[in-house]
Design a protein around this ligand. Sequence first.
Ligand code: AMP
Length: 398
Amino acid sequence: MTESGHLVLVVNSGSSSMKYQLVDPAAGTAVASGLIERVGSADGSARHTDGDRTAEFAGAISDHGVALRIMQDLFAQAGRPLDTVDLLGIGHRVVNGGSRYGEPTLVDSHVLAVIRELSPLAPLHNPANATGIEQAQLAFPGVPQVAVFDTAFFRDLPAAAATYAIDRAVAADYRIRRYGAHGTSHQYVSQQVTALLGAQASARQIVLHLGNGASASAIRDGHAVETSMGLTPLEGLVMGTRSGDIDPAVVFHLTRVAGMGIDAIDELLNRRSGMRGLTGFNDLRDVHQAAANGDAQAALALEVYCHRIRKYVGAYMAVLGGVDAITFTAGVGENDAVTRATALGGLEGLGIVLDAERNAVRSREARVISADGSPVTVLVVPTNEELAIARATVALLT
Ligand code: AMP
């Protein structure tokens, strides 16, 4: 079986996982997809789906090179060996492109070296991204590899938004600025909103990407002017396991008073905070369930989560001088009507009027959930980072 159209393989290499999707960029669909987990351990696992066919793997996955070979096997087992697929290229998600990379970039040895060099800015992600690319070069010789940077959409943030008010020599020496993250999603979703509403009705947008990671952005005429994530994805909204905004003095306090080391504090704020820290659960479905069962801490955690979102919406309305469209996306944003209603409830005075019935509808389609006549249009738009990466890969290669 040989594909006639050009397909793009999108690879997202995490520190201990690899997600992939074979995308038909023209049709906007995923032909096949899979998730490989616990890369680097003896009890790895992988699950692959291709239409109604599935294939699985369980066993040792020593590194990302082995993970790619398992992926190739799973494609073959599901009846679509990759060497029969007309692959235009492989698009890789790379978390931090620093100030260097804005546009999607064809990877050569220099680009790969720079991605590694930027690792201090994304210690959990960039090394894995670079290893994934390197291994894909070996596994698919001759297939172009393209890096699409998660920070790209925010590279040209206005200096007033990107600059931390610290000693500027220290900031310059250590490349400390606000880089943002989830940029591929914010850009894709805001473009979908413009396609739906037209340029004028979507000139000033706020996008709320609420998944396990969560971030907000303010966008004017297609350009990001603010975003909630900073040097790393730790800043901003309350997340599944990350604290979001916090007084940096908490770190000094934990060091001096609790005697905690820097790695322990990093682990606390990135992995044991947010909803998990407040409730024991990082999945909002579990938090809602606990709150419904009378757990007061879970109820408070939901209030903290929504309060932070409202604070950012208000701030970004001020940054933009008003807002035309506010859009929810990602796991929580797309599925959790209660959180949407709580986050934006009572803001009629700011022109934000939700329609309860529209908000309650469950759908995978982009949709408006504000009331007719609401000065601000509120939407739910499913994100699709893989499709955005695939399309960026096509745009670069053709
Ligand atoms: P993402 O990072 O975009 O894949 O989002 C994953 C998160 O979405 C999960 O951890 C859940 O907290 C959340 N989620 C998914 N479905 C729902 C739902 N129906 N209600 C509330 N939260 C949800």
